[in-house]
Design a binder for this molecule. Structure first.
Ligand code: HEM
Ligand code: HEM
Length: 158
């Protein structure tokens, strides 16, 4: 849910005008703060995932489906890292400060317009890849629920 809200916020804020001053910058900082927080949670999630084996995929899935599901999840994790990381690096190379919920973070990279542009493009492209993966993911879940009539959602809890 947080990631979906952040996607909407990202697209909405880039449409904001630069006047009145502060409006756009304010929402950009909200996006950066929320994005950094989500990024940290994703890191925790990945550490958890690597140290805790999930239950085996259900019996009714064919080996090919299992392999596809695993590939899809790995791809989701990779883009869930690339999106906030490129956002953070892009903002670090920019001349603007990063305010984490009002507190200015120390910059550990020098402002560099070229690298900022590259990171910005990686952010934009990885966002699109993430959206496509989420769409496929949700379609796959719906397929299991509606066509196979198997309730797989119970697997999302302990
Ligand atoms: C889960 C995390 C994140 C998501 C889903 C996300 C999503 C988005 C989206 C959809 C846009 C609009 C892209 C476009 O104009 O085509 C955007 C722009 C932007 N994001 Fe993020 N973002 C995330 C994390 C971050 C972080 C951590 C930062 C910085 C600390 C950041 C900084 C920016 C900036 C500066 C822009 C506007 C300029 C640009 O395209 O680089 N984002 N983001
Ligand atoms: C309507 C929304 C969604 C539903 C109903 C849903 C449902 C599910 C289900 C049932 C699984 C379990 C697969 C298994 O049995 O092992 C799963 C796994 C996963 N989902 Fe979603 N999902 C949704 C949205 C999302 C979004 C928005 C993301 C990321 C941006 C996401 C990322 C993942 C990842 C990475 C896994 C793999 C978990 C792991 O094995 O570590 N999902 N999802």
């Amino acid at each position: 849910m947080a990631i979906l809200t952040q996607l909407a916020l990202g697209y909405w804020m880039t449409e904001l005008p630069k006047t009145p001053p502060g409006l756009r910058a304010g929402w950009f900082n909200v996006h950066k703060s929320v994005g950094i927080t989500i990024g940290l949670f994703i890191l925790l999630r990945i550490i958890w995932r690597l140290t805790h084996r999930p239950p085996a995929l259900p019996e009714f899935m064919k080996p090919k489906e299992k392999a596809l599901a695993k590939l899809g999840h790995v791809a989701l994790y990779i883009s869930m890292v690339c999106v906030p990381l490129s956002g953070f690096l892009g903002s670090s190379f920019s001349k603007y400060p990063i305010k984490y919920f009002g507190i200015e973070l120390p910059k550990f990279l020098m402002a560099n317009d070229g690298l900022k542009e590259i990171m910005k493009q990686i952010h934009e492209v990885s966002v699109i890849i993430l959206i496509i993966l989420i769409a496929i993911h949700v379609l796959a879940v719906l397929k299991h629920l509606l066509i196979d009539k198997k309730n797989i959602l119970t697997r999302m809890w302990f």
